[in-house]
Design a protein around this ligand. Structure first.
Ligand code: FE2
Length: 168
């Protein structure tokens, strides 16, 4: 049996099945990285406001520490560059590390100062990050809705067109 011609494999008409939802692709260049907080920039790939789901790729400059937070939902994280850890725990996330954060977990993200490039992390987050002050009070909330607003504003401020975030 001869192999399928590549053109037939790539052609949507050859693989799309009526009534079956298609996979949704976004190239890296389609979704710009924008400012999130000092030392942090991010790319928002997908949101589901009703589910409270947000899928981001985040870059933390070497030595960056972000505000301690508590999660109302789960987090699945995968690191592709740089090293980082939560100050409350000894484990260091490095390229290839996977991290699961249960709902209710509390921690302070720190990108190691010896990194020679930003720590580059994929996060799939459900629910809200409750950002805590030194006394453990909730100071601000980050969730799917607020992160979408921040992303759209960041793109607008950078003079970029509205990004094609899945679910937005
Ligand atoms: Fe977290």
């Amino acid at each position: 049996m001869s192999p399928r011609p590549q053109a037939a494999v790539n052609a949507p008409s050859a693989t799309a099945i009526p009534g079956i939802p298609a996979a949704m692709h976004r190239g890296e260049e389609e979704l710009p990285f924008v400012y999130f907080t000092d030392g942090v920039e991010f790319q928002l790939m997908q949101v589901d406001i009703e589910l409270g789901l947000w899928i981001v790729r985040t870059k933390f400059a070497p030595g960056t520490t972000v505000q301690r937070h508590r999660h109302t939902g789960t987090v699945y994280a995968y690191t592709t560059r740089g090293a980082w850890r939560y100050l409350e725990y000894p484990e260091v996330n490095r390229p290839g590390s996977y991290l699961y954060e249960p709902a209710g977990s509390v921690h302070t993200l720190h990108a190691l100062g010896e990194n020679t490039e930003p720590a580059d992390i994929f996060f799939a987050i459900s629910g809200a990050n409750l950002n805590l002050d030194d006394d453990g009070n909730v100071e601000s909330v980050t969730d799917a809705g607020s992160v979408l607003r921040t992303y759209l504003q960041g793109c607008e401020r950078a003079g970029l067109p509205r990004p094609n975030v899945i679910g937005a």
